[in-house]
Write a protein that binds this ligand. Structure first.
Ligand code: NAD
Length: 257
């Protein structure tokens, strides 16, 4: 049995991932605001640390894998806190417990929204690890409805870059820990339910995220890929963001690889 810590395990993709792993007999320690093993708020530095400590204690000190799913899509400054620092700081806090494990692995969720227009100063503040500046920029963006959508895309652009930067370092690759991301297209979860409920909302999403292969996806499409990325079979995937998005990345990015 492997012990796997999953953030955002109370809903959507994280919940589905936890279900599949439990069905396979793995031990899952969920982290979310409420309703799972560890209640914690990943929007604050203190909340991240406490949640990681509690998860490690429940795991008995050794964690085989961690999957960071918790995130928000609201065009608000809290999205900057949860989507970037709530993933990076949580993963860093769990890393020592991973380093003690057999076949340790880590994965997180980015988004094909990382390809959409971003606010470069916000991306830079994220990657500098400067939460105060990132939040200040996000609070500015939040004032303007059109600009505010860049909070989410910037958080995801930064998280995909962070994965590329840290995955090959001594702390991760050097310690034998593959770290990778998955970028979904439009996944049918509580996060997208309101948007997809109306024809107009759905059309708006589809104009931004074209999915020629099978259209909108269920959470299991992402869960199964995350599960492979954290499996012992994944020996050489390092620092990648894997687009599992019905082809949206290929349509939007074309030849630009
Ligand atoms: P969801 O809303 O169903 O689940 C997200 C979970 O994160 C919730 O359980 C929520 O309570 C938790 N969370 C939010 N803020 C938190 C906090 N401060 N502390 C702890 N937990 C917190 O959404 P989902 O669709 O399953 O999204 C999961 C991830 O996938 C997110 O990172 C999201 O950005 C990403 N994503 C989703 C889609 C989509 O179409 N649904 C597309 C691309 C990327």
């Amino acid at each position: 049995t492997r012990t796997i810590v999953i953030t955002g395990a109370a809903s959507g993709i994280g919940k589905k991932t936890a279900e599949i792993l439990r069905d396979r007999g793995e031990k899952v320690i969920g982290v979310d605001l409420k309703g799972v093993e560890v209640s914690g708020d990943l929007s604050t530095p203190e909340g991240r640390r406490t949640a990681a400590d509690e998860a490690i204690a429940l795991a008995g000190g050794t964690v085989n894998a961690v999957i960071a799913c918790a995130g928000l899509s609201a065009p608000k400054s809290i999205t900057a806190k949860v989507n970037y620092f709530g993933m990076t700081e949580f993963l860093e806090a769990i890393r020592p417990a991973l380093a003690k494990a057999e076949a340790p692995r880590a994965a997180l969720i980015s988004s094909m929204a990382s390809m959409q227009p971003v606010a470069e100063p916000l991306v830079d503040a994220f990657l500098a690890g400067d939460e105060a500046t990132a939040v200040a920029i996000a609070e500015q963006l939040e004032q303007d409805e059109a600009a505010a959508t860049a909070i989410y895309s910037s958080s995801k652009r930064a998280i995909s870059r962070w994965v590329r930067r840290v995955a090959p370092t001594a702390e991760w690759a050097g310690a034998g820990i593959p770290l990778n991301a998955v970028a979904p297209g439009t996944v049918v979860t509580p996060m997208t339910a309101d948007l997809l409920a109306s024809k107009e909302g759905s059309a708006l999403v589809d104009a931004m995220v074209p999915m020629p292969l099978n259209s909108h996806q269920g959470p299991e499409s992402i869960a199964n890929l995350l599960i492979w990325l954290i499996s012992p079979e994944n020996t050489h995937c390092c620092g990648q963001t894997i687009y599992c998005d019905g082809g949206a990345d290929t349509v939007l990015r074309g030849d630009d690889i």
